[in-house]
Design a binder for this molecule. Sequence first.
Ligand code: FPP
Length: 254
Amino acid sequence: MGIEMTQEVPQHVGIIMDGNGRWAKRRGKPRLHGHRNGVINVRRVLEEAKVLGVPYVTLFAFSVENWSRPPLEVRGLMALLREFLRRETRNMVKDGIRLRVIGDFGGLPPKVQAILRESIEATKHNDERHLSLALNYGSRAETIEAVKKYVKLAQSGEANPDELDWETFSDLLYTADLPDPDLIIRTSGENRLSNFLLLQGAYAEIYMTPVLWPEFDEREFRKAVESYGQRERRFGKTGEQVRSEQPIPEEAPC
Ligand code: FPP
């Protein structure tokens, strides 16, 4: 069932899940308590994405910069991730969700890699809905990785730099088989993209909300999707062009 309006629904929503620490602090609890409640919201958002007809969801779960957090927090986040995968893989298989990871997979702890491999393998035949976890992810690192791959292709004669275009380059990014995000949500009132899908999100609509991630429930997700439906996406064209969907008549040659 799609959204109850004649509005467009984003095909791909990326989410920067922020504010777990503050949410916990306000309750006098350790930061991990916030992350634990944040994980609960992942399921709620996935459920609502299904109701609204959003097929692709990408969650920024752990950035390349997050390794510099206190070791206890990093270990706790990795444990939560494993717990989530142990619990949710069966649901994902049942719900037709295919799991992917975007990020430097090899840099994750071996136990996390192992369970991720199992979940990715178990869900690989699903093609209705798609959950991508950005783990050990950073847009700049991803771009540099892609450039290195391209240079190798060019050096071996498999690619011609004069013909390089976005289609070719985007195939070298972690997101090669994902559509570009239409909507990027950031919770907790921070107005930054924090190295998340910077190239892929070039034309994404951005939705910033002061709501902290552990409180970003299905209602909040629906609000974000509805807000997207009211936006006018221009992709560099004029508003008139987009509204009439007619190309501007070419000027008569002088
Ligand atoms: C940002 O909040 C959140 C993170 C760095 C981690 C997000 C991770 C989860 C919700 C749990 C693991 C995810 C999955 C998919 C199982 P913050 O700690 O920076 O909050 P603060 O800015 O208030 O300190």
